[in-house]
Design a protein around this ligand. Structure first.
Ligand code: 5GP
Ligand code: ZN
Length: 112
């Protein structure tokens, strides 16, 4: 499958890694929208939040268990926002489930 985030997860495309284990990879966004902008992905391909089901949801739970640690490693010391864009109306541009962790500044109140 021609998926850029699968290639990043395999190490075939380099990334600025923040955290990695058997199930997930966290790396810095190439086009950061905040001083801290980390993406967290499951290593196994899931296309979007719309594809989460009882078979693959353990990978998502593991990501959320690690997000407090990843956010601190990434430098978000005063709070952070977690975003997952899902589908065209949300402008999802990479069809591999990812959670944006944004922080390092006062973020705008508006979310959409
Ligand atoms: P989306 O728009 O799907 O919610 O988010 C995709 C994100 O992936 C964007 O913020 C974009 O900057 C980031 N991105 C796309 N390609 C790459 C890449 O090759 N490396 C890294 N580190 N980030 C990428
Ligand atoms: Zn993928």
């Amino acid at each position: 499958m021609d998926c850029i985030f699968c290639k990043i997860a395999e190490g075939a495309i380099p990334s600025s890694k923040v955290y990695e284990d058997d199930d997930m990879l966290a790396f810095r966004d190439i086009n950061p929208q905040a001083p801290v902008h980390v993406l967290v992905i499951p290593k196994k391909h899931i296309a979007s939040a719309d594809e989460i089901n009882e078979t693959n949801s353990a990978a998502v739970a593991k990501i959320f268990e690690k997000i407090p640690h990843i956010a601190k490693l990434g430098g978000a010391v005063n709070g952070y926002r977690i975003i997952s864009n899902c589908g065209p109306d949300a402008c999802q541009s990479v069809p591999h489930l990812h959670f944006h962790i944004l922080g390092g500044k006062q973020l705008p109140e508006s979310m959409g």
